[in-house]
Design a protein around this ligand. Structure first.
Ligand code: NIG
Ligand code: FE
Length: 417
């Protein structure tokens, strides 16, 4: 049996009892921690913890690996509840086009954007796609992510969507961390259906969904509810079709305009609704009456220079706000959750405590893995971060662009990259 003991931990943060739920509103300012702590891990799970003052008398040191964490902070890994890391190639030429004045929407209208990634992905073999995506998965793991949701949506035809979902499931198998797969066939209208949107929606609901379900390839269904993509009415139809196959909804909503995505997500009982740049006070009232978790994607708002979603007001409205990276080639080519923490503190004026809650417990709830990860809780997976020697946890968002991480542990095993 594997036995690991971390001792002399400067601060063991996000320590919670079992039976934990999302953290809402004012409570997001609380971050329970133990100063000068120890943490015991057995067989990849958190076995016990406490303060060094009541350090346990260990009778059997045989086979016990001991790590001295003096000066270091230990925290649960981040849960990144919204990514698109299975894609082919990159889109830095569009990045340059945007610098030179073209908008994200204008690039999409001339056939670039998501369709550009889709064209590349369709030509890429499943093996090659797996290899490219694995690099990103390992990269985010080394930056502290210990659970991830990954969407399809760059295939936009049956075979290519299946290809992406199979790659996600291969990553699920090999990574050892919780991975959730989301079917995002309704990400954009592929060019072969340019004049037949109803036909493409039928392809998603009547052909893709049954095939995906037959192979058990997805946990969630998602829709890009936006002007020029899918309307609220179409979003509802697609989410309801997914529900028939047991897939809970997630929605890309109110990113570039107010398109009633939040109202639709709430009406359909979606687990989360993400982006939210154009979220209104009425939307916040709707979210209050629901279990749908509002998720901010600060990397996309930063990269596209969008107006900032009202995260601070959402917390004032007693909502459980989550943050995720949206790692994708078009609007957030970055999966570094340490940087998302910095953006949350600097741009959205959330405190480090609020951001840590948003990126661990609330984001874990937004992908339904809170029973496994997201806090230092007895019985949960030992998916943890040991920082470099730092003065306090506020240093993590403060040192933006850095990742002051010494090591990342997944199921009690040190990530070796
Ligand atoms: O989450 N908003 C829609 N989809 C992605 C971006 C897709 C892309 O540009 O490749 C997002 O931002
Ligand atoms: Fe996204």
């Amino acid at each position: 049996m594997q036995k690991l003991l971390l001792k002399n931990i400067k601060q063991l943060i996000q320590v919670r009892e079992t039976g934990l739920e999302v953290i809402k509103g004012k409570s997001m300012r609380e971050l329970p921690l133990i100063e000068n702590a120890w943490l015991a891990i057995e067989d990849g799970r958190i076995a016990d913890y406490g303060g060094m003052d009541d350090f346990p008398g260990i009778s059997d040191w045989k086979g016990l690996e001991v790590i001295d964490c003096s000066g270091r902070i230990v925290m649960p890994c981040y849960a990144d509840s919204h990514t698109h890391i299975v894609y082919a190639g990159n889109r830095e030429l569009e990045f340059v086009d945007r610098i030179n004045g073209l908008s994200y929407e204008a690039i999409a209208q001339r056939g670039g954007g998501i369709l550009n990634s889709s064209a590349l992905l369709r030509q890429t073999s499943e093996q090659e796609l797996l290899e490219q995506s694995r690099v990103r998965l390992k990269e985010i793991q080394s930056l502290g992510t210990g659970a991830v949701e990954i969407k399809s949506g760059y295939g936009l035809d049956l075979d290519s969507e299946l290809k992406i979902l199979r790659v996600i499931n291969a990553l699920k198998e090999e990574s050892g961390m919780p991975v959730k797969a989301t079917f995002l066939g309704a990400h954009a209208l592929p060019k072969e259906y340019k004049t037949d949107k109803a036909g493409y929606i039928r392809l998603v609901t009547d052909t893709m969904l049954p095939a995906i379900s037959a192979e058990g390839l997805a946990d969630y269904i998602d829709v890009f509810c936006e002007n020029g993509y899918f309307t609220a009415v179409e979003t509802r139809l697609i989410l309801e079709a997914g529900q028939k196959y047991g897939l809970k909804g997630k929605v890309h909503a109110e990113q570039l305009s107010h398109s009633n995505g939040i109202a639709t997500a709430v009406a359909c009982g979606a687990i989360s609704v993400d982006h939210l740049e154009y979220c209104t006070t009425e939307d916040m009232a709707l979210l209050q009456q629901s279990n749908t978790i509002p998720t901010i994607l600060p990397g996309a708002a930063f990269f596209l220079n969008l107006p900032l979603p009202p995260a601070r007001q959402m917390i004032e409205h007693d909502l459980p706000v989550a943050f995720a990276s949206d790692y994708n080639p078009g609007s957030s080519p970055c999966g570094n959750m340490n940087f998302m923490m910095s953006l949350g503190c600097i741009q959205y004026k959330l405190t480090p405590e609020e951001m840590i809650n948003a990126c661990t417990i609330n984001s874990a709830a937004a992908m339904d893995v809170l029973n496994e990860v997201g806090s230092i809780t007895i019985g949960k997976r030992a998916n943890i971060i040991i920082t470099k020697p730092i003065s306090s946890y506020a240093y993590i968002p403060y040192a933006f662009g850095n990742a002051p991480i010494e090591s990342v542990w997944i199921n009690g095993q040190k990530n070796t990259l």
